[in-house]
Design a protein around this ligand. Structure first.
Ligand code: ATP
Ligand code: MG
Length: 240
């Protein structure tokens, strides 16, 4: 497997990507500063205008927050970041993630659907981290799809929950698939779209910490399907 890098390789990787990260932070910071400036200077702006500038501040601050959390990955990997496991309904959690991303899909005129075989599927999980993992997968599906649809499906097979995220997007070649879960990896075809290439590495680590698995199948120009499998709570209890 290519994903286990030595500390030296890891450092080299971070150094090489630092320029990109700095670049990614500059633009949102500039937008936040400019908009705050406008709001402070022009106190007579009408409500609609104020909301417009405040929303841009919020959007860009969220982006930066996400980036900083991604960079926290090292702590997750080294075990310094402890997950808080508790019984968790993965149906409810996935529905919330999909609902939160509805407007993003709408902006791109993409269909976004969620279907589930069961009303509830309880796993033993860390709500914040699992939300983060599923959010990255659905967000990627929307981000790397120009037109068509994103389908999110949950189903139960034996003692496992299976989550499928399919898109009709740009897809990935065999070679690209081999590197997909490496930190900082971004396919050439995605370079015009902002991102750090950390999302899937983090997602994989989070799924692993839940005793789960993640797989992907893809066809260039046709789309991709990411499959996440998570053990259900009862099964975990009888196994451990
Ligand atoms: N659904 C998808 N369809 C096509 N390519 C994808 C898809 N999901 C991920 N990729 C490719 O995998 C790369 C890595 O994805 P990953 O989520 O790790 O990082 P990112 O989306 O570039 O940035 P971020 O760290 O903000 O998530 C992407 O840059 C893109 O090239
Ligand atoms: Mg991503």
């Amino acid at each position: 497997m290519t994903e286990e890098l030595t500390p030296q390789q890891e450092l080299e990787n971070i150094k090489n990507n630092l320029a990109n990260i700095v670049h990614d932070t500059k633009n949102p910071l500039a937008v936040i500063a400019q908009n705050a400036n406008i709001l402070l200077r022009y106190t007579q702006l009408n409500e609609d205008k104020k909301v417009h500038y405040l929303q841009a501040i919020q959007r860009n601050a969220d982006f930066l927050l996400n980036l900083v959390e991604d960079l926290d990955f090292q702590r997750l990997k080294s075990g310094q970041l402890q997950l808080q496991f508790a019984p968790l309904d993965v149906v409810d959690l996935t529905r919330q993630v999909v609902n939160n991303l509805n407007s993003l899909a709408e902006q791109k005129s993409l269909g976004l659907t969620f279907d589930t075989s069961d009303q509830t599927l309880i796993i033993n999980g860390d709500k914040n981290h699992l939300t983060r993992a599923i959010n990255n997968l659905v967000n990627n599906a929307i981000k790397y799809t120009a037109d068509g649809q994103v389908r999110v499906i949950l189903s139960r097979r034996r003692h496992k929950a299976f989550l499928y995220i399919s898109d009709t997007g740009m897809g990935l070649s065999e070679e690209q698939l081999g590197k997909l879960f490496e930190r900082f990896y971004r396919a050439d075809s995605a370079r015009h779209i902002p991102g750090t290439g950390l999302g899937l590495a983090i997602t994989k680590e989070i799924i692993k910490l839940h005793q789960g698995e993640i797989k992907v199948t893809s066809t260039v120009g046709k789309g991709s399907t990411f499959t996440v499998c998570l053990p259900l709570a009862m099964e975990s209890q009888s196994e451990f």
